[in-house]
Design a protein around this ligand. Structure first.
Ligand code: MG
Length: 317
């Protein structure tokens, strides 16, 4: 597009810029059940540092989105009524966020090296910060199962890399695990130990499957069978992301897996077949379902926050 024309359009389209969404559709019938052909992608916020960890908070009637700006050390809040606000700063470089059954906000902190919970009285309390007596690396993303157990990933992205040795500074864990923490017993168990950089994770609607993304060189999502006692079996490769890496993932009510990717959001059937892609102008790091009817997809992508109406709600809360 001509530069002058682009400038003129940017003047005419203030704040929330609407763009006709671009799709790449592999399975038209299934994609049509996910997104309407005329759905529009909206940029809700821009000029942020690096956005991650969106979660929709139903606060009574009018809900709002909480998400992380990791390098700016801030949790942001977005609502249709008030736009963009600060939710918490400093955030100890918060990354992934989720809600537990009581509606409390759980947050993974990179520099805090812990998973923390925001209590109703406003106190921020440590849930877990160690495994086998050693500090966690930098918890990245978290989900809560209906039995109250807290499942989170602990890659090393939040630890500084020494430019000389190329080693992560301050790393105490021998590897990068997926953990299950039981708040009733205080016990933390490493449930997956063979990932390079475990990242987003999500349960299937019946919680019989757990999907975990590896943002390291495998660039794939694996699927595990979840036993009644919380142990995991299986672990086959569910899908591989061909643009960028998988980071945050969500499952919809029908069991499809929606993954962030370098080209936006890629949607997969429960059998792992690509249904299609929602192309986003910036590389997507995470996503969540939300909005008052649960049928808005929020996408954190580098310096911006986007949304697009979808035709299905997310699984779980
Ligand atoms: Mg992540």
């Amino acid at each position: 597009m001509h530069t002058t024309l682009r400038s003129l359009i940017s003047l005419l389209v203030p704040a929330a810029a609407l763009t006709a969404a671009e799709f790449q559709i592999a399975d038209p019938a299934e994609f049509g059940r996910c997104v309407a052909p005329d759905a529009r992608l909206t940029r809700l916020a821009s000029d942020l540092g690096f956005t991650e960890g969106p979660v929709w908070v139903k606060a009574g009637g009018a809900g709002f989105l909480v998400f992380s700006d990791i390098p700016r050390d801030e949790l942001k809040k977005w609502s249709a009524a008030a736009g963009l606000e600060t939710f918490r700063k400093p955030s100890r470089n918060a990354n992934g966020n989720t809600l537990d059954a009581a509606g409390r906000l759980l947050t993974c902190e990179h520099s805090g090296r812990q998973v923390a919970v925001l209590e109703p009285d406003g106190t921020l309390r440590t849930v877990v910060d160690r495994f086998e007596g050693k500090k966690l690396n930098s918890p990245n993303d978290v989900v809560v199962k209906s039995d109250g157990t807290i499942w989170f990933t602990d890659p090393e992205y939040g630890l500084r890399t020494n430019p000389q040795t190329k080693q992560r500074e301050g790393k105490e864990q021998p590897a990068n695990h997926v953990f299950r923490h039981d708040p009733k017993t205080g016990r933390t168990v490493a449930v997956v130990k063979d990932f390079l950089q475990p990242n987003g994770l999500a349960f299937s609607p019946d919680e019989k499957r757990l999907y975990v993304a590896d943002s390291g060189s495998p660039k794939h999502i694996r699927v595990f069978d979840v036993g009644a006692d919380g142990t995991l079996g299986g672990g086959r490769v569910f899908c591989t992301i061909d643009q960028g890496v998988p980071d945050g993932i969500r499952v919809d009510r029908d069991g499809r897996v929606w993954s962030s990717a370098g080209d936006g959001v890629q949607i997969f059937s429960p059998s792992g077949a690509l249904i299609g892609r929602i192309l986003v102008p910036e590389s997507a790091a995470n996503l969540c379902f939300g909005g008052d009817d649960g049928r808005t997809l929020f996408i954190t992508a580098r310096k911006s926050l986007y949304s697009i109406p979808v035709k299905v709600a997310g699984a779980g809360r």
